[in-house]
Write a protein that binds this ligand. Structure first.
Ligand SMILES: [Zn+2]
Length: 335
């Protein structure tokens, strides 16, 4: 029996969203192209087929053989050349359009029933409603499967950002039954005003952009801005963002979550080289502490993981998220 109550931190990587049909980082660019060919995205004033065409042209110019790197590397190759030259990126336009496109793709994938998603089943299998005080989530993902599933279970998602950094006007905003979720790379439902840089939280209804349009009435008049709001996502290799207050808060929260947990379960996260944020958080948060760490991954890369989780026992569960949940699920009614 443990001397202190079990306090679990679930760290969710792209593998945790894969079972809900979200593409992995390495497949996102290919997905951008596939969806252009399939013509099955619903275009609108925020993102048109011409915008989509512009991205496809950009991808083709840089990777003519269609062998695309992970999306985080694509973001880096858009922004870093200019940043290195010490000027504001002239490629911000394509960068912003790419974020819109990814948002659309995620929107189209999350249109199904959340109750049948792997993420929702996972939350039920850990009985989140009764254990919410002893469980934290640290997500690497931009998608909002987890956020949507928690809201569906009547739990408020506490992103750990002050009202100054993330403005939430939803009636559930002060709901006392909340769950702490740190999204270290930002989130598709954090919509940043391109004019004043304030970020507003939108709540999942039909789709991210549809919700944004319905929920955000922030108005700066006719400023001639292409996109008034843009999802506030933070590519893992985007070093520029280290300077912003949102990012500083997220990093501090992530480290704090790691420090207060005595049981860490890492699901579907492959510790990619580009992700300097998470490596830093783990090194800081685990410094000089003994914590049980479980890795859930069908093809775990212990060589990549062990430098960041030194000298302690790592339990490996070589399973997908979906398979792992089957282990967690116990019959509710045994009579
Ligand atoms: Zn504004």
């Amino acid at each position: 029996m443990p001397a202190e109550p079990l306090r679990t931190l679930y760290i969710l990587g792209a593998g945790a969203s894969k079972d809900d049909n979200a593409p992995l980082q390495g497949d996102l660019a290919g997905e951008c192209k596939n969806r252009f060919i399939a013509q099955d995205l619903r275009y609108d004033g925020w993102f048109s087929r011409d915008d989509h065409q512009e991205i496809i042209t950009f991808l083709h110019e840089h990777w003519p053989d269609d062998r695309y790197p992970p999306m985080e590397d694509i973001f880096a190759s858009i922004l870093i050349p200019d940043l290195l030259r010490g000027k504001k990126s002239s490629n911000l336009r394509i960068y912003n359009k790419l974020i819109y496109l990814l948002g659309h793709i995620i929107d189209s994938l999350t249109s199904g029933s959340i109750e049948s998603s792997t993420t929702y089943r996972f939350l039920q299998s850990i009985d989140i409603n009764n254990n919410r005080e002893f469980i934290d989530f640290l997500s690497m993902n931009w998608d909002i499967f987890l956020d949507h599933a928690l809201e569906t279970l009547n739990l408020r998602v506490n992103y750990g950002l002050s009202d100054e950094l993330l403005i939430d006007t939803h009636p559930l905003a002060n709901h006392q039954h909340h769950v702490n979720v740190c999204k270290i790379h930002g989130s598709f439902n954090w919509m940043k005003c391109m004019k004043c840089k304030k970020t507003f939280l939108i709540h999942k209804q039909k789709g991210i952009f549809e919700s944004a349009r319905n929920q955000l009435t922030h108005d700066h008049g006719d400023e001639g801005i292409d996109y008034r709001f843009i999802p506030d996502i933070i590519p893992p290799s985007y070093l520029e963002r280290f300077k912003t207050s949102v990012f500083t808060s997220l990093m501090n929260n992530a480290i704090e979550m790691i420090m207060r947990s005595n049981n860490i379960v890492i699901i579907g996260y492959s510790f990619p080289d580009a992700d300097v944020h998470m490596r830093y958080a783990l090194l800081q948060g685990l410094k000089g502490r003994k914590t049980s760490v479980t890795i859930v991954d069908p093809a775990p890369r212990i060589d990549r993981i062990s430098p960041f989780i030194p000298a302690r026992e790592i339990h490996v569960v070589a399973k997908t998220f979906k398979e792992y949940i089957v282990d967690l699920e116990i019959p509710i009614d045994i009579y």
